[in-house]
Design a protein around this ligand. Structure first.
Ligand SMILES: Cc1cc2nc3c(=O)[nH]c(=O)nc-3n(C[C@H](O)[C@H](O)[C@H](O)COP(=O)(O)O)c2cc1C
Length: 205
């Protein structure tokens, strides 16, 4: 069967698909952050993700300004506590990394899933919906001209961090969505043509 290949480099595709193909993770983002209306639009993109039975189990916590620094102090304390449980202590470098974690962009949106239990929808599908919300927000940020990045790490699995976000220890943090403007020297890596035949099986004539 003939294998369909993209006709041109994905970066060159314009129109609505160009938006999808132009999204790239950008590690360090700067002011200006999206304004209040843009933040609402990005969150609307999140909540418009597919959601089996419309359970609305995805949660969003928006961090800006000094709240990011305060939360950074909290994350440093959590690292200290996690290591203390293993009879270890963090280095100053490790603590600083936690303190400045949310400084990597002017806007950070933590996305969690507060599992609905009185439902036939399995937790994995609720997690999938929250993950779709994350991608929707990355694409919304891209559409508005901002850089973005989805990050995870140990802080997603720390019950104390979950609690601080209003989640139960049995809930999940799906990601931390960093959004901001590109630095003047920022270079976006071009998308490589993806060899689809490695991943795709076609059933059909
Ligand atoms: C669930 C998830 C978690 C991620 N966590 C991290 C992370 O903790 N640190 C990081 O550098 N990138 C993280 N990323 C971003 C990926 O590294 C990135 O998407 C990948 O390198 C491809 O680059 P691109 O987004 O520019 O296509 C995460 C992506 C996903 C989907």
């Amino acid at each position: 069967m003939e294998v369909l290949e993209p006709k041109k480099n994905q970066n060159e595709i314009s129109g609505p698909l160009g938006l999808i193909f132009s999204r790239r993770s950008t590690g360090r983002l700067v002011e200006p952050a999206p304004d209040a209306q843009e933040v609402v639009d990005i969150l609307r993109a999140g909540v418009s993700a597919p959601d089996h039975d419309s359970l609305k189990s995805t949660r969003y916590v928006v961090f800006t300004g000094e709240a990011k620094d305060r939360f950074g102090e909290f994350l440093a304390q959590r690292l200290t506590d996690r290591l203390a449980a293993k009879e270890a202590t963090p280095t100053e470098g490790q603590l600083n990394k936690e303190r400045t974690k949310l400084d990597r962009a002017p806007l950070v949106i933590a996305v969690g899933v507060a599992y609905a239990h009185e439902t036939k929808i399995p937790e994995i599908e609720q997690f999938a919906s929250a993950a779709a919300s994350c991608e929707n927000m990355l694409l919304a940020a891209t559409a508005l001209g901002y850089g973005s990045m989805w990050r995870t790490g140990e802080i997603c699995y720390d019950p104390g961090v979950k609690e601080a976000l209003g989640l139960a220890s049995t809930d999940q943090i799906v990601g931390w969505i960093y959004i901001g403007s590109y630095r003047p020297d920022s270079q976006t890596q071009p998308v490589e043509d993806t060899p689809l035949e490695e991943f795709v099986t076609y059933f059909g004539d």
